[in-house]
Ligand binder design. Structure first.
Ligand code: HDD
Length: 721
């Protein structure tokens, strides 16, 4: 059981019990029918064909006590075991190879029947089961979670009318307008072909060479260089469908639509130094964070919203609404929030669920349709196609991919077919009238194509507005807060510093003048390029709301699931320590005790002989401050004296402060904080009062008989986490 579940009682089992009979329960029951429990005490080890075995450790041989003889080909069990192992791996995803997934529920609180007939978006009584997979894009399956990259946000809705997939990202726009450029943008970003370097990074010549030459990527690379591409948690990022889709209502009228998911926890990011260090210190940080939160019953939630534009208004915008390199500013098209996505169940097995799940933008249900967005059109070919090489012809039959509604058609055979379809024919029309196509009048669950009039030249062309590539790159940069602008400057300086070809960084600094001259000049200085003197184009000065993460903070701030390290050594102040642990647990945060060693640590006045003491969760070397959201140092003269002499402890506090984390201390603990990170002008508590300065919350004197101060401090710290 994880630390998280020890602290907060599990809600997942209760949820499962409450599902029986519901649509949501259908997927649970379907998966249960193919799930077996490895830990059932009745189990005995068998071959794949079911014969119980008594020895699977030694290959059958001709041996004596003195000599180990040759192994026999006859041993089918042994050959099966090795043979199955040899073939365990399947090709990883060509992009988005590294990911983590979970099950959940989609609920709707406002019907969208004005726009669509889709049951999942009109029936407010439904609880639609979902599977969601988060991912990075460029890295291979074993790469680190915290690299700078776009994050995938793919949701499979198992609706009563079939599966609907939103295959989105945590950034609302994309690098390319036409799907045909996808192999180029991905080849440019992936490791370079001659030496397969670098892994999971865009900081290299080829990526930036492409960004300069392929100007339609300008808006997207600004997002990719912002804090959005180093999220603190999958639970703390937005999700976007990115492409433009169409909703069609019962009158047969169409609206263009974009899909949005906004996290209840707000949008939060690492600082770059933290992300870099975590990639080595804990490459599974995001995967574990998601698993632990769900395991502990702190279910991540997103508000689901739509931006809707009537078909007749297609040309009313200065950008083309079918261009995936453009967003629809909320000032022009407000988001209507109508539902909620909640993740509430972890996978039982990674491979069969998270690895074998297969998304496809072409998976739509009646009432949700393709638009002519040229990126979307090509995507829907690519996803179906890639699953064939990754999972085989019958990938739709894998349990995680099966719809919860009936499936019946004349597709047959192929490698690994599971379904046994009874009947004497497998074609339509047939003399039995079996499995006929439905009539549109049978109901809104029947797919009917939307009749759209199309005219134009048969040519390799995009419409005029697709040729404008800079306005929204400026809009995004202008909308950033000063720290976010500084982070973008530093990110570009890092990335271009990794480009050793001057052609690449010189050109990129020139490109930045198309966005903002000052940005271009600052980056050029940092990377040693010629300092541009003239803007490539004037900055229009416009801003839009909710592009800066500072505007996307939670309605109800919480420290739920935040990880707080409490540093102690022998002689710590038990009152302050117990008080902060209790206060954090009450707020559903996760306290971790960290000490110089992992054998018990004794409080002031507590003897080793007492047999008590606190067993720390980790020693100071085993974990680093990067793995926590906050650090707290309780008093205790001996404890703090030991820690003040310990370089690692000082580094812990200093590093956490440099990463802008909330720090707290009581009693003598304040002295350790001062040693590590006092700045000129910083205030520290000198008496019973609580002082908070630069996010450092201190109380020099704690009343031994009371837990109140520490509880209050936890409350104070919350404002800074
Ligand atoms: Fe893609 C995977 C998101 C454009 C071709 N893509 C993939 C995944 C996500 C996205 C989240 C991982 C799904 C999972 O967890 O299994 N892709 C996007 C977004 C795009 C986009 C938001 C732009 C709006 N993709 C895009 C284009 C193409 C592809 C233009 C090809 C023409 N994408 C693929 C793929 C992948 C994929 C090769 C690899 C594994 C898979 O599909 O299942 O087909």
């Amino acid at each position: 059981m994880s630390k998280a579940s020890e602290v907060i009682s599990s809600g997942a089992e209760k949820l499962q019990q409450s599902l029986n009979g519901s649509l949501e329960g259908k997927k649970v029951a379907q998966l249960a029918s193919v799930t077996k429990d490895y830990h059932d005490p009745k189990n005995r080890i068998t071959t794949d064909y079911g014969v119980v075995q008594s020895n699977t450790d030694e290959w059958l041989k001709v041996s004596t006590d003195d000599h180990t003889g040759p192994s026999l080909l006859e041993d089918h069990m042994a050959r099966e075991k090795i043979n199955r192992f040899d073939h365990e791996r399947i090709p990883e995803r060509v992009v988005h190879a590294r990911g983590a997934g979970a099950f959940g529920t989609f609920t709707l609180h406002k019907s969208l029947e004005e726009y669509t007939t889709a049951g999942v978006l009109t029936d407010t009584s439904r609880r639609t089961p979902v599977f969601q997979r988060f991912s990075t894009v460029l890295g291979s399956r074993g790469s680190a979670d915290t690299v700078r990259d776009v994050r995938g946000f793919a949701v499979k809705f198992y609706t009563d009318e079939g599966n609907w997939d939103i295959v989105g990202n945590n950034i609302p726009v994309f690098f390319i307008q036409d799907a045909l450029k996808f192999p180029d943008v991905i080849h440019a970003g992936k490791p370079e072909p001659h030496n397969e370097v670098p892994q999971a990074q865009s900081a290299h010549n080829n990526f930036w060479d492409f960004q300069y030459l392929h100007t339609e990527a300008t808006h997207m690379f600004m997002w990719q260089q912002s804090d959005r591409s180093i999220p603190r948690s999958y639970r703390m990022m937005e999700g976007f469908g990115v492409n433009t889709f169409k909703l069609v209502n019962k009158e047969g009228k169409a609206h263009f639509v974009k899909f949005h998911f906004r996290p209840h926890l707000g949008v939060h990011s690492f600082v770059w130094d933290e992300a870099l260090k975590l990639a080595g210190q804990d490459p599974d940080f995001h995967r574990k964070d998601l698993y632990d939160a769900i395991d502990s019953g702190c279910f991540p939630k997103w508000d689901f919203g739509v931006q809707v534009v009537p078909e007749a208004d297609e040309q009313k915008f200065e950008f083309d609404i079918l261009d995936a390199t453009k967003l629809w500013p909320e000032e022009e098209v407000p988001i209507q929030f109508v539902g909620q996505l909640e993740l509430n169940r972890n996978v039982d097995e990674y491979f069969t669920q998270t690895e074998q799940v297969a998304f496809c933008t072409g998976h739509m249900v009646p009432g949700i349709h393709h638009s002519d967005d040229p990126l979307l059109q090509g995507r829907s070919f690519s996803y179906q196609d890639t699953q064939l090489s990754r999972l085989g012809t019958n990938w739709q039959e894998l349990p995680i991919n099966r719809p919860v509604c009936p499936v019946m058609n004349n597709n047959r055979d192929g490698k690994g077919r599971h379904t046994i379809t009874k009947g004497t024919v497998n074609y339509w029309p047939n003399r039995f009238d079996s499995a006929p196509p439905a009539k549109p009048e049978e109901g809104p669950h029947v797919a009917v194509d939307y009749p759209a009039k199309v005219e134009g030249m048969k040519a390799r062309l995009r419409s005029k507005k697709f040729r404008e590539h800079y306005n929204q790159a400026q809009l995004f940069f202008n909308s950033m807060s000063p720290p976010e602008k500084a982070h973008i400057t530093a990110a570009l300086a890092f990335e271009l510093d990794h480009c050793d070809d001057p052609v690449v960084y010189e050109r990129m600094c020139e490109r930045l003048t198309d966005i903002d001259l000052e940005l271009a000049q600052n980056v050029a200085e940092l990377v040693g390029a010629s300092i541009p003197q003239k803007a490539g184009r004037p900055n229009h000065g416009k801003t839009a709301k909710n592009l800066s993460q500072t505007e996307l903070q939670p309605k109800n701030p919480t420290i739920e699931t935040r990880r707080v390290a409490i540093l102690i050594a022998d002689g710590y102040d038990a009152v302050a320590y117990n008080g902060i642990v209790a206060a954090l647990k009450a707020a559903k945060a996760l306290p971790f005790t960290i000490a110089p060693r992992r054998t018990p640590i004794y409080a002031a006045g507590e003897s080793k002989e007492s047999g008590k003491g606190v067993k720390p969760d980790h020693n100071l070397e085993g974990m680093r401050s990067t793995m926590f959201d906050s650090v707290f140092v309780p008093g205790g003269a001996d404890s703090v004296a030991t820690l003040r002499k310990n370089g690692r402890a000082l580094h812990w506090v200093r590093e956490a402060f440099a990463h802008l984390k909330a720090l707290g201390a009581t009693g003598e603990g304040v002295e350790l904080i001062k040693d590590a990170c006092a700045l000129p002008g910083m205030d520290f508590s000198t008496s019973g009062e609580i002082t908070d300065s630069y996010g450092v919350v201190t109380a020099a004197k704690v009343q031994p008989q009371s837990f109140k101060e520490t509880a209050q401090m936890a409350k104070g710290a919350k404002d800074f986490v």
